[in-house]
Design a protein around this ligand. Structure first.
Ligand SMILES: [Zn+2]
Length: 87
């Protein structure tokens, strides 16, 4: 596994433990903090979620044109920020 990944929103390169892994499952973006989900993945800073959302960075990262359901991911990001947890 390559340890350096880039955030899909700001393109900054980071060690993968600093970024949240997101996997597209049936059109739904799922947070994958345990890196267990199968499917096309993307990496993002928690703080870059809003930017990524407004720039359609998820569609680009997952190479899909269809609308992606970001609600489960949005909930995860909100919860993680509340706990001040780092991914
Ligand atoms: Zn970022």
């Amino acid at each position: 596994m390559i340890p350096i990944r880039s955030c899909i929103a700001c393109r900054k390169r980071e060690h993968w433990t600093t970024l949240l892994h997101v996997v597209l499952v049936d059109g739904v973006a799922q947070a994958d903090p345990g890196h267990r989900l199968q499917g096309r993945g993307a990496w993002i800073h928690l703080d870059c979620f809003e930017v990524a959302k407004s720039r359609s960075a998820f569609q680009r990262a997952f190479r899909v044109k269809a609308e992606i359901d970001l609600e489960p991911l949005a909930k995860f990001v909100r919860a993680s920020r509340t706990l001040n947890k780092e991914y």
